[in-house]
Design a binder for this molecule. Structure first.
Ligand code: NAD
Ligand code: IPM
Ligand code: MN
Length: 360
């Protein structure tokens, strides 16, 4: 098959890790007899510098004309954009909103071979395999707000966490449908003891779950869930939560996988169009040094093949290659626990070595 992907490498380590993922995509498509064409577009700081906007109209058109989008990251240290320009992160939020990418899937697996050096005891990590289903186009990220300077009262700014029943219904349904093909457990995380939007969330989750008698539903308050994620991570299957809680909890959960650099994500809309990106940021502290861990981006490319193209065997081949390379001892600095580490390029080469085609 022939298809076109749009690449949005973005800022910081973005170009380094997207380049690694493209190498993996090229090899897997070669092995399975497909062709992928790539079109690259400006996003983030480079886009601001070229056009004044982090998400130029031309970039949106490039995304629209592709079967899916593979992204690196956006953002940089203070002073990396001209004074008064919009934030690069605003471009990412606009991209998610434009395509109505309300369902953000963030799978978290603990690799047994990395568990020995993890901050958590290895026995706590055994069997960790959970999936965050993060609501991505609502909540406090998109509610009414006021910046300092916008009111008479210079001492006030606010953001509003707002949810409607249909917004919660559709994300909980995604969680339920996914849970049916997994361990059939749904954990809904909220702050219903304090927030009105969370009480709506909880009541709506219960309504939707009534239509799924085979699924077990557990509610957790976000504060105690943050603790449980560290004390009994293997007990969770599908975790559905609102936008900001999901942002915070998924970075926390990356500790279970060994590093923030390990986790992929898929952001999907109702017609399964998707933007695929690692959960981490542009890592300005290590950008340009060739040492970033490309795993989150490579696994995001696998999610792209699975969810946007329906290429399950090819996606699984990438996931197996990543696991096999790590199993064989390949480590970038963030997962090397002080031992000698591979560069991004060397680590990617190790994954390419383990990538196998279909059995003839
Ligand atoms: P970050 O995720 O960029 O980095 C946090 C820490 O993790 C850093 O020490 C970094 O070196 C390390 N790290 C992250 N990814 C890594 C990788 N692949 N390999 C090795 N180490 C890795 O978070 P931050 O420093 O808080 O944010 C930096 C910028 O990124 C900010 O502008 C932020 O807004 C932006 N950001 C963008 C996205 C995105 O584009 N999706 C996500 C999160 C943060
Ligand atoms: C993420 C990031 C983004 C978010 C930022 C950069 C807007 O942290 O994708 O996790 O908060 O959603
Ligand atoms: Mn985040």
């Amino acid at each position: 098959m022939d298809t076109t992907l749009t690449l949005l490498p973005g800022d910081g380590i973005g170009p380094e890790i997207v380049q690694a993922a493209v190498q993996v995509l090229d090899k897997v498509t070669g092995l399975y007899g497909h062709t992928i064409r790539y079109q690259e577009a400006l996003f983030g700081i480079a886009a601001i510098n070229a056009t004044g906007h982090p998400l130029p109209a031309e970039t949106l058109r490039a995304c629209e004309s592709a079967s899916a989008v593979l992204m690196g990251a956006v953002g940089g240290p203070a002073g990396s954009t001209p004074p008064g320009s919009p934030r690069p992160e605003a471009g990412l939020l606009a991209l998610r909103k434009y395509f109505d990418l309300f369902a953000n899937l963030r799978p978290v697996k603990a690799y047994p071979v990395l568990a020995a050096q993890a901050p958590l005891r290895a026995e706590l990590l055994a069997g960790v395999d959970l999936l965050f289903v993060r609501e991505l186009t609502g909540g406090i990220y998109f509610g009414p707000r006021m910046e300092i300077g916008e009111s008479q009262d210079e001492a006030t700014a606010y953001d509003t966490m707002l949810y409607t029943v249909p917004e919660v219904e559709r994300i909980v349904r995604v969680a339920c449908e996914t849970a049916l093909g997994r361990k059939k457990r749904v954990t809904s995380v909220d702050k219903a003891n304090v927030l009105a939007s969370s009480r709506l969330w909880r009541a709506t989750a219960e309504d939707i779950l009534r239509g799924y008698p085979d699924l077990a539903l557990e509610h957790n308050l976000v504060d105690s869930f943050a603790m449980l994620l560290m004390t009994r991570p293997a007990s969770f299957d599908v975790v559905v939560t609102e936008n900001m809680f999901g942002d915070i909890l998924s970075d926390q959960a990356s500790v279970l996988a060994g590093s923030l650099g390990m986790l992929p994500s898929a952001s999907l809309n109702a017609s399964r169009f998707g933007v695929y990106e690692p959960i981490h940021g542009s890592a300005p502290d290590i950008a340009g040094r060739g040492i970033a861990n490309p795993t989150g981006t490579i696994l995001s490319a696998a999610l792209l093949l699975r969810h946007s193209l329906g290429w399950e065997a090819e996606a699984a081949a990438i996931e197996h290659a990543v696991e096999a390379a790590i199993q064989a001892g390949a480590r970038t600095a963030d997962i090397a626990a002080g031992q000698p580490a591979l560069s991004t390029q060397e680590f990617t080469a190790a994954i390419l070595d383990h990538l196998a085609g279909p059995i003839q």
